[in-house]
Design a protein around this ligand. Structure first.
Ligand SMILES: CC(C)(COP(=O)(O)OP(=O)(O)OC[C@H]1O[C@@H](n2cnc3c(N)ncnc32)[C@H](O)[C@@H]1OP(=O)(O)O)[C@@H](O)C(=O)NCCC(=O)NCCS
Length: 230
């Protein structure tokens, strides 16, 4: 695999696992995991996976605090809003697809990964949020997706810091940051409005210089030393 497109000054060999063009909208792939910018044509599949995973996702879903401006109420409205923010350089709204096991059909929608709150200049940071449908859990899909997104943020956007905030109760998500080697930064009380209330979050972060080898390279070598995924 190769990366087609412009390289940033400090990219070095870290982009070698990525495909696509350098600038948004960009599609990234590693093995069977694909990060695909959100498209209108994915509406039916997106609504299906969201509907069938309501109970699985609900405890971890962002909600709006009382009195805030209502957000988009449809998939089309959501895509329009996120695309506008992506155009302004504030967000990277990806859907996560995986190749069908026998490669017979088209890739299946497995979940979503969003890089949000992108700030440049002396901050140069962003946050990552993610989910997969329950049927896709435990296969290392989100760690791979996070590694791809981090390499893109560090190497192409030249961001310096990526943050992931997780409720202390979310053991599965805590495994993701632990396996990828994110640095724990501590508890932020009532940090985000999730599942209808302000919830405490543990914050994890990585600075670009903490992964000189690149996140995909790090994740690949870690996986080589682990027992096979379920
Ligand atoms: C958290 C989440 C994104 C992890 O994604 P993933 O692609 O399954 O990540 P992994 O494959 O690395 O699995 C993470 C952990 O899930 C657990 N897990 C393993 N198999 C599982 C299965 N079949 N079903 C559920 N969880 C499983 C394991 O604890 C695993 O850690 P391990 O690899 O050390 O054993 C996913 O569980 C999810 O979408 N949960 C609901 C939404 C959510 O929590 N979003 C994150 C908010 S911060």
């Amino acid at each position: 695999m190769d990366f087609q497109g412009e390289r940033s000054q400090r990219s070095g060999p870290r982009l070698s696992s990525m495909t696509g063009t350098a600038r948004w909208p960009v599609t990234l792939r590693s093995g069977s995991v694909i990060l695909q910018p959100m498209r209108r044509r994915d509406q039916a599949e997106w609504e299906r996976i969201r509907r069938s995973n309501q109970a699985w996702l609900k405890p971890w879903e962002a909600t709006l605090p009382p009195g805030s401006q209502p957000g988009p109420t449809s998939y089309v409205g959501l895509v329009r809003t996120l695309r506008r923010q992506a155009k302004e350089g504030r967000m990277l709204p990806w859907l996560v697809f995986v190749d069908a096991p026998d490669q017979s059909g088209p890739p299946e929608l497995a979940g979503q990964l969003t890089v949000s709150g992108i700030v440049g200049g002396s901050a140069s940071w962003a946050q990552i949020g993610y989910w997969v449908g329950q049927r896709f859990a435990g296969q290392g899909i989100i760690p791979t997706a996070v590694a791809l997104a981090c390499d893109y943020c560090f190497d192409v956007l030249s961001l310096h810091r990526i943050e992931i905030a997780i409720r202390p109760e979310n053991e599965k998500s805590l495994r993701v940051v632990d396996k990828l080697g994110f640095r724990p930064e501590g508890l932020r009380p009532r940090y985000l409005h999730i599942d209808g209330d302000w919830r405490d979050h543990l914050v994890f972060a990585l600075n670009a210089e903490e992964v000189p080898e690149g996140m995909m390279n790090r994740w690949r070598s870690l996986r080589r030393n682990q027992p096979p995924m379920r």
